[in-house]
Design a protein around this ligand. Structure first.
Ligand code: AMP
Ligand code: ZN
Length: 112
């Protein structure tokens, strides 16, 4: 999608601090970290949010979770939170599917 910030980041048009990359997904540090470690994992193909996941495109979501499991192990993170905001009321500000991975501090529940 030509006008999408995260499509541009995944394509290298906008710089980011890479954590991991393969043919299907890209992970990079959040520009406004909410925990000592805070990165985002996105599919390279544009999907607007979890609400747009279908049987046809769901494989990339499973793949992203295998990447989260691997990258967190590689970074030595034993406890972390994975979050995806869907819609403005839930706090979504970039409408390209992304999973936040937050770690390195005590987390509260329920989230605010
Ligand atoms: P959300 O608000 O759940 O849609 O998450 C979007 C996230 O993208 C926020 O945590 C932002 O800090 C982050 N973000 C926005 N622009 C950039 C950027 N250029 N590089 C890295 N992270 C970004
Ligand atoms: Zn996009």
């Amino acid at each position: 999608m030509s006008d999408c910030l995260f499509c541009k980041i995944a394509g290298g048009e906008i710089p980011s601090k890479k954590v991991y990359e393969d043919e299907l997904c890209y992970a990079f540090y959040d520009i406004d970290p909410q925990a000592p470690t805070h990165f985002l994992v996105i599919p390279k193909a544009h999907i607007a949010s979890v609400a747009e996941v279908t049987p046809e495109n769901a494989a990339v979501v499973a793949h992203i979770f295998t990447v989260i499991a691997k990258v967190t192990k590689d970074l030595g993170l034993e406890s972390y939170r994975v979050v995806s905001n869907i819609g403005e009321q839930a706090g979504q500000s970039v409408f390209h599917l992304h999973f936040h991975v937050l770690s390195g501090r005590d987390m509260t529940w329920p989230p605010g």
